[in-house]
Design a protein around this ligand. Structure first.
Ligand code: ASP
Length: 343
């Protein structure tokens, strides 16, 4: 029987419903989880690692490192990993983990729930069962398994606050769909250039490469944004800026709302400047309209079809690992871990 390590980080799945709202309660959670284990042991031999116990809104890049360390320490003892995590930042943490491990040869499956496990109408049990099943499969990717769908982590984004179908990958097909049987969509697996080899062979190539540099800012364009506010930002502490523009990468270029001066200032100050979109589907194309072309001429990069979560974690990972800005810009535009379609 395969061995799976379940790593606990917190989230709604581990919370208890109380009069004041839902909150974390480690003891009651452990009782509830251990009640599920005999059922789950039919699928795999399971150990539990209580790594963190947080609402995922409180998780930070240092916690991503802790998680990567935990997977590294246990990598050769287990066939797969399930990470229990809050839904709010699951797409960030799981994207970060995908950049922090090379030549992954085993499944790392993130899951959580919209309703605590302790509640009768919870989606937790189904997500747990499905994730453990996926962690025994030959998918060697970092994935999110939620509400019968399995998505590549670094393509995923949280789409719904209240629906059981909380995640989707707007620009990439599912990796598997779970019904009476699991429908593995193998043609969608491992489409990036450095293809990991499978099983035991892959594990000998696997390397762990944590580290995320948090000094970036993300700004959202909106009608009426008073761009003189941007002049007051001291760019010195920052290495990167991500601008959430409209549509295919558009933003105002007419005074007094123009973003151009700010973009020029960012690129002159050697910040990696990325234009992404508030629209989830399809790809940013900076040559479509005047604003994008001007930004591109100034040195801004397009996010292509990457999610915001992938852009942020990839940029943080690159900034920690490299100092040459040209190399960072080049790598940012490449498809490193399946996070981006190259057209
Ligand atoms: N606030 C929770 C968290 O992300 C939400 C959830 O788990 O669904 O930890």
């Amino acid at each position: 029987m395969k061995k799976v390590l379940m790593i606990q980080t917190g989230g709604t799945i581990a919370m208890q419903a109380k009069k004041e709202g839902i909150s974390l309660d480690p003891e009651r959670w452990s009782e509830q989880l251990y009640k599920q284990i005999p059922l789950l042991q039919d699928i795999a031999e399971i150990d539990v690692e209580p790594l963190l116990f947080e609402d995922s809104s409180d998780l930070h890049p240092a916690d991503w490192d802790k998680l990567i360390d935990s997977i590294e320490c246990n990598y050769h003892q287990y066939d797969g990993f399930v990470v229990l995590h809050g839904t709010d930042t699951m797409a960030y943490t799981s994207s970060a983990v995908s950049f922090g491990i090379h030549q992954l040869g085993k499944p790392i499956i993130f899951t959580g729930s919209q309703v605590p496990l302790s509640r009768i109408r919870s989606d937790a049990q189904r997500n747990l069962v499905n994730s453990i099943e996926m962690a025994t499969s030959d998918l060697h990717e970092v994935a999110i398994c939620f509400n019968d769908h399995v998505f590549r982590a670094n393509r995923s984004t949280k789409m719904s606050i209240g629906d059981f179908d909380a995640f989707s990958t707007p620009n990439y097909p599912e990796l598997a769909e779970i019904g009476l049987e699991i429908d593995y969509h193998r043609k969608n697996w491992f489409d990036w250039t450095i293809k990991p080899k499978s099983g035991d062979i892959a594990s000998t190539y696997t390397s762990f490469d944590k580290g995320f540099e948090g000094d970036i800012i993300v700004l959202t364009v909106h009608p009426g944004f008073r761009t003189e506010l941007l002049d007051s930002i001291d760019l010195n502490p920052y290495d990167g800026v991500i601008i959430r523009a409209y549509g295919s990468g558009n933003f105002p270029i007419k005074k007094p709302y123009s973003w151009l001066r700010f973009i020029d200032k960012c690129t002159e100050n050697q910040l990696i400047t990325v234009i992404t979109s508030q629209a989830n589907h399809d790809s940013v194309n900076l040559s479509n309209y005047t604003s994008g072309s001007l930004a591109s001429n100034s040195g801004a990069l397009s996010s292509g079809d990457m999610t915001l979560e992938a852009c942020i974690t990839k940029l943080m990972w690159l900034l920690h690992h490299y100092s040459d800005k040209d190399l960072i810009s080049k790598l940012f535009q490449e498809n490193l871990k399946g996070e981006k379609s190259i057209s």
